[in-house]
Design a protein around this ligand. Structure first.
Ligand SMILES: *Cc1c(COP(=O)(O)O)cnc(C)c1O
Length: 358
């Protein structure tokens, strides 16, 4: 296993840190250090913990032209006993490699991924905020670095990890959100990259998200690219539909839906509770009809950033419908409280999801 060279940063003073941690927002404050590891002919090399700062890249860097780049997202939590907990980091390590494979990028050994994340978290542990709803958001990413404009997989890569103390994902707090059902734009198609965390997936979703915002909505819901009929996911969150007796429905991983770690955790938690979870195609017509008849009790979205958020309303060019009076329902609240409790070390963790430094 590679050893990390340590180049210590000038640490910002405690008062400056405290001021930034008071209201960090999401993804705009960064810790003192970052990790970089290079890949070339001889495999992974030059693992470093260095001061957070600009990268120097050739303007011909392949990633800038052809989007051969990927990312991950996970969180570190300040636990009540003073330790730091990561939530299922090995799931992110595995998914990073699934993405790398799809994008013709090299695999990163899972142990190296975990060591990189822990090395950064330990170095910057003073930046793990402990306030309600706060965590340290960790952003691993990999880019193709060949300075070459030919279209082919790069031969050199940079893997890096940065970390950002964060508060709640949506500025509005935990209140139910309104979503826009996108009928003009698709996010992903069969055979494409929707099932992996390719940076380019986000570029193609931004126009739809802008349209959602213009329509007064918080988030976008994407339909399948072929029939424009089946619900896939929100641009960065997976979706669940809750029926009577805690019966949950979620779209199946069909090759254009991102397999969220939170999605998987919700499914396991629900089954652990004795609830039913059906992974099956779910159409926008069924969603609307069941919301209007009242058969549908709740809808929620889930992802690392937001954890769980209720969806109160859905809007599209065809009009709007409301789900159960646009109030957060008990299943959504229960799953959120349990997941957050496990993540923050406040509840028993029968799944072994919250891990400490090895
Ligand atoms: C990351 C992501 C999610 C959520 O995945 P988590 O592992 O739960 O954070 C959902 N959809 C898309 C498109 C994503 O990129």
């Amino acid at each position: 296993m590679l050893e990390f060279d340590i180049v210590p940063a000038r640490r910002r003073p405690a008062e400056e840190r405290a001021a930034l941690l008071a209201d960090p927002g999401f993804g705009r404050v960064f810790t003192d250090h970052m990790i970089t590891i290079k890949f070339g002919e001889d495999g992974w090399h030059d693992a470093r913990l260095i001061p957070f700062g600009p990268l120097s890249l050739s303007p011909a860097t392949a990633a800038l032209h052809y989007s051969q780049e990927l990312f991950e997202g996970l969180k570190a939590y300040a636990l009540p006993n003073g330790e730091i907990g990561l939530f299922r980091p090995e799931a992110n390590a595995r998914r990073l490699n699934a993405t790398a494979e799809r994008l013709a990028m090299p695999a990163l050994p899972e142990e190296l991924f975990l060591k990189a994340v822990w090395t950064l978290v330990e170095a910057d542990r003073d930046w793990v905020p402990s306030g309600e709803g706060q965590s340290l958001y960790i952003r691993p990413f990999m880019i193709a670095t060949d300075p070459f404009l030919g279209v082919r997989p790069s031969s050199e890569y940079l893997f890096a990890v940065i970390a950002s103390p964060s508060g709640a994902y949506f500025s509005g707090g935990a209140k139910p959100v309104t979503v826009w059902i996108s009928q003009d734009y698709s996010r992903a198609a069969p055979g494409g990259t929707g099932h992996v965390k390719a940076a380019a997936n986000y570029a193609v979703s931004l126009r739809a998200q802008a349209q959602a915002q213009d329509a007064g909505c918080d988030q976008t819901v994407f339909l399948d690219a072929v029939e424009q009929r089946w619900i896939e996911e929100s641009g960065s969150m997976n979706l669940f539909f809750v029926y009577e007796n805690s019966h949950l429905v979620t779209p199946p991983l069909n090759g254009s839906i991102l397999p969220g770690v939170t999605r998987d955790s919700v499914i396991r938690l629900a089954r652990h509770n004795g609830w039913t979870v059906e992974e099956r195609p779910y159409s926008v017509d069924e969603w609307r009809a069941d919301a209007e008849s009242g058969a549908l009790r709740e809808t929620f979205a889930c992802g690392t950033g937001v954890v769980i958020t209720a969806i109160g309303r859905a809007r599209s060019r065809d009009g709007e419908f409301t789900i159960a009076g646009a109030a957060e329902g008990p299943v959504t609240a229960s799953i959120r409280d349990t997941l957050v409790g496990i993540q923050r070390g406040r509840l028993e963790d029968p799944f072994g999801w919250s891990v400490r430094r090895p």
